[in-house]
Design a protein. Structure first.
Length: 113
């Protein structure tokens, strides 16, 4: 099973099992990571699943066409502490290719943007 790491707000890493097919938001919820709320359930109606993607993983988490959707961009405009690598975690589906993915919670102490 793939694994991924969440960087918590205090900067500590939390490695978790990341079942294929689940979104990063669903994986966070399954592991009781409260900072990724996912209030809309992944329907692109809020920004409560906002997270930062480690720069090494940004391209690998992009949709097939290489661009995030206009709907995701609109919702990200509502997020706090937006960074260059910000994404809505509900829009990233786990796969074998994402084994080792690193995602930071908003407000996390990381030296990458």
């Amino acid at each position: 099973m793939p694994k991924m790491t969440f960087i918590m707000k205090d900067g500590s890493p939390m490695e978790v099992d990341a079942p294929k097919g689940l979104s990063v938001m669903e994986i966070a919820q399954k592991n009781k990571i409260d900072a990724i709320e996912g209030a809309c359930g992944g329907s692109l109606s809020c920004a409560t699943c906002h997270a930062y993607i480690h720069p090494d993983w940004v391209e690998k988490t992009m949709p097939d066409d290489g661009e995030i959707s206009e709907e995701e961009e609109d919702m990200l405009d509502l997020a706090f502490e937006l960074r260059k690598t910000s994404r809505l975690s509900c829009q990233i589906r786990m796969s074998e290719d994402l084994d080792g993915l690193i995602v930071a919670l908003p407000g996390a102490k990381v030296d990458w943007s």
